[in-house]
Design a protein around this ligand. Structure first.
Ligand code: FAD
Length: 465
């Protein structure tokens, strides 16, 4: 029986989970495959990057995953990491409004109000803003042809104020995107379905959200691993045969020859493959296949750049006078930081006794220049904001700035149709070549793992036909 050569390009969580599940499934099915994973950098993990230092567990990229989307937890279980899973501490989240932190009104689910009194009491909106939002209870449903932006949808139902002061900073944080350009169909289709079914979002949310928990019963919705998300990466690395992974191998070209693929690496190595899974961001795929005339993405800005800024303090030097997990910042506020997590409160295992750990974000769609400033300038701007918002004047004990250039793919209006077209075109012209990852069907870690798994199914089906 011949051995199929399968090459996976990209060693982020999509490529790693594809390699792991392909190895596992092929072994179970007794299919003879030789897997090669090619990664441009000298380390695995892509956006996942934990630094462990002096008792701190610091995440330079993602810090956790949603438990509800099952595949990331399942991957941890499959890798035997059950005892390392940690759940986030729940707590009040805040929003910056006119320079002050306000609690997100109780009952606001992804920004949509579901309880009347906290919504009436909050100072986040003017009286007319609140009245406009309550019109959602009476407005008729509107059927959506094709796709519209998330902003357009929510502005129609709840008005501009609730969108600009609450929904925008909460939802666009996930994509560092502009709500008025983000595709409803590709990012939050559940809201359109809710309007379709219940007409009013407020009524729909009330009907569908889980029963209110008693104090003490609330459970965090996010999970991570006690030594950081890189634990997943390291565990997969150990499961795969040592010859699988090639670091420092940037693929510059993929060519189809005699029903197989030839992949050329910038370092001069070449690889032959019966099937290929490309898990890099879409712009890298474009560069690898210059002759492939694929449908153009709808967006003019393919991805947004952000930077994370981690700061450590002595707890005697800094007081956080808020019980909670952090805050987000609407575009309307005059700050550089777009969000701040009080990491030692949300994830106590990350921080040694007597210390405080915080993580701020800078950069968002249309406002990314800060990401290219030197570390010292970024730090200075973050410290100015923390002084203004939280009265933190003390210099941090240490800090880490991590830039993520063009890292947040923008799923703009029409994205889902573009991905479908891309799939069809590729399938037709390049049978045996598959793509997966954050540029396509979801940016969250579980979405990426799901895509890696789906690519494995496609590859196995392809080599068996
Ligand atoms: P990547 O991680 O980008 O991996 C792609 C890999 O391909 C990279 O390692 C790259 O070096 C390699 N590559 C590129 N070109 C080539 C080439 N030519 N040849 C060889 N290799 C190549 N998600 C969550 O669920 N929870 C969070 O808390 C969260 N927070 C985030 C915070 C930040 C700052 C960022 C940037 C993202 C966050 N996300 C979060 C999103 C999530 O981390 C990413 O969408 C996901 O990790 C992407 O995985 P991937 O494998 O698709 O891509």
């Amino acid at each position: 029986m011949s051995e199929y050569q399968i090459v996976i390009i990209g060693g982020g969580i999509t490529g790693l989970s594809a390699a792991y599940y392909l190895y596992k499934t092929a072994k179970e099915q007794k299919t003879s495959v030789h897997i090669t994973l090619l990664e441009e950098q000298q380390r695995l993990g892509g956006k996942i990057w934990t630094e462990r230092w002096n008792g701190f567990v610091m995440e330079k990229g993602p810090d956790s995953f949603l438990e509800r989307k099952a595949s990331a937890k399942q991957l941890a279980l499959d890798l035997g990491l059950e005892d390392q899973l940690v759940r986030n501490r729940t707590g009040q989240a805040y929003i910056l409004h006119k320079g002050k932190l306000h609690p997100i009104p109780e009952g606001a689910v992804m920004g949509v109000p579901t309880q009347i009194s906290p919504f009436i009491a909050t100072r986040l909106f003017s009286i007319s803003g609140k009245m406009r939002a309550s019109l959602d209870l009476f407005l008729p449903r509107q059927s959506i042809e094709g796709d519209i932006s998330v902003g357009e949808f929510f502005r129609r139902r709840l008005g501009n104020e609730v969108v600009d002061h609450l929904i925008e900073p909460l939802l666009s944080g996930i994509y560092a995107g502009n709500l008025d350009r983000l595709s409803l169909k590709a990012t939050f289709p559940q809201f359109a379905q809710m309007e379709e079914k219940y007409r009013s979002l407020i009524l729909g949310m009330k009907k569908t959200r889980p029963a209110k928990k008693l104090p003490g019963e609330e459970k965090g919705q996010f999970l991570t691993l006690k030594n950081g998300l890189s634990t997943l990466v390291e565990a997969i690395g150990k499961e795969l045969p040592p010859e699988t992974i090639h670091l420092g191998c940037k693929i510059k070209e993929i060519q189809r020859e005699n029903h197989r693929y030839q992949l050329s690496c910038e370092n001069g190595h070449t690889f032959l493959a019966d099937a290929v899974i490309v898990t890099t961001p879409f712009p890298s795929l474009q560069k690898m296949m210059p002759s492939f005339t694929h449908p153009q993405p709808v967006q003019s800005v393919p991805a947004t750049s952000v930077a994370t800024v981690i700061l450590g303090f002595d707890s005697q030097d800094v007081q956080i006078p808020y019980e909670g997990t952090g805050f987000v910042v609407p575009r309307t506020e005059n700050t550089t930081i777009t969000a701040c997590t009080w990491t030692n409160k949300k994830w106590p295992h990350t921080t040694p006794e007597g210390k405080i750990l915080m993580r701020c974000y800078v950069g968002r769609s249309g406002d990314e220049a800060i990401v290219d400033e030197p570390d010292e300038i970024i730090l200075q701007r973050v410290r100015q904001d923390l002084a203004k918002v939280m009265h933190i004047e003390k210099e941090p004990l240490f800090y880490r700035v991590t830039r993520w250039h063009r890292s947040m793919p923008q799923y703009t209006v029409g994205h889902a149709d573009w991905v479908k077209q891309l799939e069809e075109t590729l399938h037709h012209h390049f049978p045996g070549l598959f793509f997966a990852g954050a540029s396509y069907h979801g940016v969250g870690i579980p979405d990426c793992i799901d895509q890696g798994k789906r690519a494995v199914e496609e590859v196995l089906q392809y080599i068996h036909t």
